[in-house]
Design a binder for this molecule. Structure first.
Ligand SMILES: [Zn+2]
Length: 164
């Protein structure tokens, strides 16, 4: 599949999140738990998602998300060097955007939505728009347009509501 935006999206991701804890390598259990909270949560508009760690041998130690053609099932494989929140959001965005999208403008909308949801899961450490803005600015700086979403907008935060 031709995916000319692949390299540009990875570069934007690095520009956006380098030096933040979204690029910190975590335990598999932590990352899998984050993904499960999103997929089992009230907003998730995608299909069934399974999360595994890549086998340790070099040929399999690649992070990827495989989405079936009807978008009902996705399998995310995470390699240990890429066990980060940023990668988790990147891969889950593939499950949301669908298999044919590559890293196109609609995919990039999905990625922004996943960053919003994931960085606001922790009720004691909500990041609000901080990381969404970082990524949106990096996309804009690289000339990468962001498309319209084809799913419901995520809430400001998932979890218990904060009464003001
Ligand atoms: Zn990707």
């Amino acid at each position: 599949m031709s995916d000319p935006d692949h390299t540009a999206v990875y570069a934007a991701e690095l520009a956006a999140f380098d030096g933040t804890d979204l690029e910190a390598v975590r335990a598999f259990e932590f990352i899998a738990g984050v993904l499960r909270l999103v997929v089992d949560g009230p907003w998730w508009p995608g299909g069934v998602v399974s999360v595994e760690r890549s086998r340790a041998d070099a040929s399999a130690s690649v992070t990827r998300c495989t989405v079936d053609s009807d978008g009902e099932r996705a399998a995310i494989r995470l390699s240990q060097p890429q066990m980060t929140v940023a990668t988790a959001a990147h891969e889950l965005a593939h499950a949301l955007a669908g298999s044919g999208r590559g890293h196109d403008a609609v995919y990039r909308r999905a990625y922004l939505d996943l960053i919003r949801v994931i960085t606001n899961l922790d009720t004691t450490d909500r990041r609000h728009d901080i990381h969404v803005s970082q990524l949106a600015e990096a996309f804009a700086a690289a000339g990468l347009k962001v498309g319209e979403r084809e799913w419901p907008a995520p809430p400001d935060a998932i979890g218990s509501a904060i009464a003001l």
